[in-house]
Design a protein around this ligand. Structure first.
Ligand SMILES: Nc1nc2c(ncn2[C@@H]2O[C@H](COP(=O)(O)OP(=O)(O)OP(=O)(O)O)[C@@H](O)[C@H]2O)c(=O)[nH]1
Ligand SMILES: [Mg+2]
Length: 435
């Protein structure tokens, strides 16, 4: 008969495999540009490590805390081996390191040592906390007395990553039983809402030797030191319990959460890259069309003659956004946008543009003011068409609920006409002068 834990185990395992496969898909996604991979290098390294962790069925336990609180000593005590370097100087551990520990169920457990958090600035500390948490199924936050402000902040950052947390008061041998209880009480209070009260416990990873007084045969009292073994049994039991109870489920959940964070970050970067590419392409067409019109002035009302360039622009933009359309469709899109622009601005905008140009264009240019004015207006029109089409593609080839009218109006509201026109004037004048 299958028992409930079996079913849980089975479900967890399936969830884990599903997450593992989706991590692989995310890592190997051929649509992710290499520039994005490069920009998110740390995240991709973490994804790969996470994938390996899931694939090997490993569970990870990490320590975190201020320098010299005994993080490395604690892991050594768990391993019953001096695997990690320890010492009284601050900053003995300078980089993350890991060793294999016990097995919990079928899963090998690895423990991860980390450098102390005091010497680094707040932002880096936050990053380190997230980085550590990301790879861990359980984090041991180690302290040696009551929590400082800095420790409280770091603990809050870790807690926000929703990993199981144990708050360990190490060096318990330095306190009397009463002091220890009072400290644990205070730690539970300060960690309230961040760490469960029964997840706050004391340990002595590397207790100082006991000083014992012995009466010699001659009746004299003699002091000598008796080494003490680590006191970590309760902690060890709690760690194994947690890993056994929720290790696998949490591993899947956490990896899934991280993968969705990364895939959001990838999407945001891709959007940035597309936006930058769209901006470059729009500017190129603006310049091309502005020059064509300036060099060979056409009546302002007959800008349609140069519409072929606008069609090319929209065609090009559709490719940048990975939503390719035909030239015919691009032509229809330009027509829709132009109709809206004309309806919204009529002839007024052109007159506006020209008059503002006439006022500000400086004398002494080698081209006629009219040519520049017409070129700038053409530039501006192409700019608006490019921006409106971009909005349509960003929206997944849709104008959104308000239709093209609303979308084009929004574009007009957002665009700073005067700065576009003055940029057009500057760029066109420069090119025309150079001819
Ligand atoms: N009294 C006492 N001292 C301890 C205990 N655990 C560790 N220590 C001592 O504290 C000092 C620092 O220990 P480490 O394990 O190197 O501390 P750490 O947190 O890894 O330090 P960094 O790597 O420098 O951040 C060493 O001298 C240890 O012997 C303990 O339970 N009791
Ligand atoms: Mg250390």
């Amino acid at each position: 008969m299958s028992t409930e834990p079996d079913v849980r185990e089975q479900t967890a395992r399936e969830a884990l495999h599903a997450v593992r496969d989706s991590l692989r898909d995310l890592i190997d996604d051929p649509d992710t540009p290499s520039t994005v991979r490069h920009a998110l290098e740390t995240e991709y390294t973490d994804l790969e490590a996470l994938w390996q962790k899931l694939d090997s069925d490993e569970l990870h336990v990490a320590v975190f805390g201020r320098v010299s609180v005994g993080k490395s000593s604690l892991l050594n005590a768990l391993l019953a081996d001096d695997a990690f370097a320890t010492g009284p100087l601050h900053g003995v551990t300078t980089h993350a390191d890991a060793h294999a520990w016990v097995r919990v169920g079928d899963s090998p457990v690895r423990v991860f040592d980390t450098p102390g958090i005091d010497e680094i600035d707040g932002e880096t500390r936050e990053q380190l906390a997230r980085h550590v948490a990301r790879r861990s199924d359980l984090v041991l936050f180690v302290c040696e007395s009551d929590l400082t402000q800095l420790e409280q902040q770091a603990l809050a950052t870790l807690a926000s990553t929703h990993r199981p947390l144990l708050l360990v008061l190490n060096k318990a041998d330095r306190y009397t039983r009463g002091e220890r209880e009072a400290l644990l009480e205070s730690l539970r209070r300060k960690a309230e809402g961040l760490v469960r009260p029964d997840h706050v416990l004391a340990a002595a990873a590397d207790p100082r030797p006991e000083v014992v007084v012995r009466v010699t045969e001659s009746g004299d009292e003699e002091e000598f030191e008796r080494p003490r073994s680590p006191d970590i049994a309760a902690l060890e039991q709690r760690i194994v319990d947690i890993l056994q109870r929720e290790g696998r489920v949490l591993a899947a959940l956490n990896a899934g959460l991280f993968a969705s964070e990364v895939s959001d970050a990838v999407a945001a970067r891709v959007a940035d890259i597309r936006r930058a590419a769209a901006k470059r392409v729009i500017r190129g067409y603006c310049l091309g069309k502005g020059l064509a019109v300036a060099v060979n002035p056409v009546p302002l009302t007959d800008l349609a003659a140069a519409a072929a360039l606008d069609v090319s622009l929209v065609f090009h933009l559709s490719r940048i956004y990975g939503l390719p359309i035909t030239r015919h469709e691009a032509g229809k899109l330009v027509a829709v946008i132009s109709v809206q622009l004309a309806a919204l601005m009529g002839a007024v905008w052109a007159v506006h543009a020209v008059s503002s140009l006439l006022k500000t264009v400086s004398a002494g240019l080698s081209v006629t003011v009219t040519a520049l004015a017409q070129g700038s207006v053409a530039w501006y029109a192409t700019y608006l068409i490019g921006e409106a089409a971009t909005r349509y593609f960003v929206n997944g080839r849709s104008w959104g609920p308000g239709g093209p009218k609303r979308a084009v109006r929004d574009v007009l509201d957002l665009v700073d006409r005067d700065s576009i026109l003055s940029e057009a004037r500057r760029a066109l004048a420069e090119r025309l002068r150079g001819r």
